[in-house]
Write a protein that binds this ligand. Sequence first.
Ligand code: FAD
Length: 321
Amino acid sequence: MSKKVLVLGEVRDGELRNVSFEAIAAAKEISSGGEVVAVLCGEGLNEAGKALIHFGADRVVLAEHSLLSTYSTDGYVQALLQVIDQEKPDGLVLGHTALGKDLSPRLAARLKSGLISDVTSLEQAGENVVFTRPIYSGKAFEKKVITDGLVFVTIRPNNIPPLEIDESRSGDVAALAVDVKDLRTVVKDVVRKASTGVDLSEAKIIVAGGRGVKSEDGFKPLQELADVLGAAVGASRGACDADYCDYSLQIGQTGKVVTPDLYIACGISGAIQHLAGMSNSKVIVAINKDPEASIFSVADYGIVGDLFEVVPLLTEEFKNV
Ligand code: FAD
């Protein structure tokens, strides 16, 4: 049976995040030929709305209010409840991002709905869509179906391929003035740390360093390799705890969960808590001088050697590609 599915698009610094397009692809599958309606919260998002149409949304609702320009849980919950009340969707798809992880349980509670979080793939099986999600820190996968009520899911970034862009697609992009009030928290200012510009959770390639890099300076060859590859730099908690880099780079059970196309682990032993955050990467390359290091058990390609020799060699090679 065809369904109407709502998708929340995410915008950061005026740019749509890729997960928005991936969520549309997931919504298309869930809708089974029905309608996919994308929602954007904030102001001045008309162009972003059109881009969502090009990536497969049938229609876009711009939930507009000055208080939605920056994310707040209260504000987004209020806005989305109004959109949901207007649209009465059968399904709802959000990214399993920091925003989605914060927002989805609250929305589910308000809607008295269930929620399947962190979906990595989905497939049609008869009447239902079967959702796959990792459990036990990625050591196993479970399959779930929703047989009744709202089909509410969050999808893990970088797992569900977006649809091909089609700039000839057209669809309605309509503003809805939502009522947002009594926010308990309001963002006054956003202070950013200097970054390489590549967002770790959406990066296609990640060069990650562990305690084996030995110092803050030890990250420099990794950054050089990342620059050549257009990659983001990540880290193990070992490296963060040793103060070689910022905790915002931490990947793992208590850090970010990433699924890039290519993950290059340099001087990382492969503790289970680190693997929880990266073992679903499509191709894993491990560089470690200990041939017994656990990281080699999940690696597609292993290089036993000193990272300070291997990484600059890789950088030189990739410069010539
Ligand atoms: P180490 O285990 O010390 O490994 C360093 C590696 O570098 C070794 O394998 C060594 O052979 C190699 N090496 C050294 N020098 C070189 C060289 N010159 N060239 C090549 N290789 C070299 N960890 C995370 O990463 N993320 C998490 O989210 C996380 N959450 C945790 C949550 C809990 C509750 C707990 C208890 C732990 C958590 N940890 C997490 C920590 C985790 O258990 C490990 O301690 C940590 O991942 C180890 O980091 P590491 O691999 O960089 O360091």
